[in-house]
Design a protein around this ligand. Structure first.
Ligand SMILES: [Zn+2]
Length: 248
């Protein structure tokens, strides 16, 4: 009697590893498309240091103003989403996601969290933290500060802080951690808990007497960043010059 067992059948099957394409060093969590401009001097330096960046927006910015065309409301949100993706891709940032939050015309963070479906958007962000496994999160200060204190900006900081605290706990959104054991369990996500090491906050304050430019950045990343039409371009450029990495 012959017993034939192939070598390959005896080798333990390697378990799939997390997808390295989405591993990030830094995850930027902001509210609206173009908010990331508040932190781009730091991001530009990180890109020069070959850090991997992921960006998450809370909304698509559908309540903003359109300086390029007639589109408004949800259509403007679609425009702003593609503009943000194109601008970030120009910098080499392709890990870009949008949560399902809705623009909220309020300075009250609780209004924004209610309008964003707080629990649902938190679940979405925890999922993205577990997927991208960042070492550091950069986000808006979740509170009122000198200057503007848009509720959505604060809400993005609240969600980022909660995700920082929760993504490493396997008891939080455990269906994200569970993996399918058999067919027809396609709702289980097979992620792993992930504890981010640090979280840094930046403000949306625009007081020039407090936040004064220390450098007029004209390097390559800066020039490529200014590529959108519907957003307030002048404000974007001013933001670059006002906010340097001393914020952190
Ligand atoms: Zn904003």
């Amino acid at each position: 009697m012959l017993l034939c067992v192939s070598a390959s059948a005896q080798e333990p099957k390697a378990l799939p590893q997390a997808d390295e394409r989405y591993k990030a060093d830094i995850l930027v969590m902001v509210a609206h498309p173009d908010d990331e401009a508040a932190v781009t001097p730091y991001v530009a330096r990180a890109l020069d240091e070959h850090k991997r960046i992921a960006v998450v927006f809370g909304t698509r910015g559908s309540s903003g103003s359109n300086e390029a065309g007639a589109e408004q409301a949800a259509a403007l949100g679609a425009v702003r989403e593609i503009e943000a993706r194109n601008a970030l891709t120009t910098l080499g940032i392709t890990s870009v996601w949008f949560l399902s939050g809705k623009d909220t015309a309020s300075q009250n963070v609780l209004q924004s969290l209610a309008n964003w479906d707080h629990g649902e958007t938190l679940e979405q962000l925890v999922r993205l933290v577990r997927l991208t496994r960042p070492e550091v999160i950069l986000t808006f200060l979740p509170g009122t500060f000198i200057g503007e204190d848009h509720g959505d900006h604060q809400a993005s900081g609240v969600l980022a802080t909660e995700a920082f605290d929760l993504a490493g706990n396997p008891a939080v959104f455990p269906e994200q951690i569970a993996g399918p054991m058999k067919r027809l369990e396609p709702l289980l996500e097979n992620l792993r808990p992930w504890q981010v090491k640090k979280i840094y906050y930046f403000a949306d304050a625009e007081r020039e007497d407090i936040f004064r430019a220390s450098a007029d950045r004209k390097d390559g990343h800066f020039r490529r960043w200014v590529g959108r039409r519907s957003a307030l371009r002048a404000r974007q450029v001013r933001g670059w010059r006002q906010r340097d990495r001393r914020h952190f």
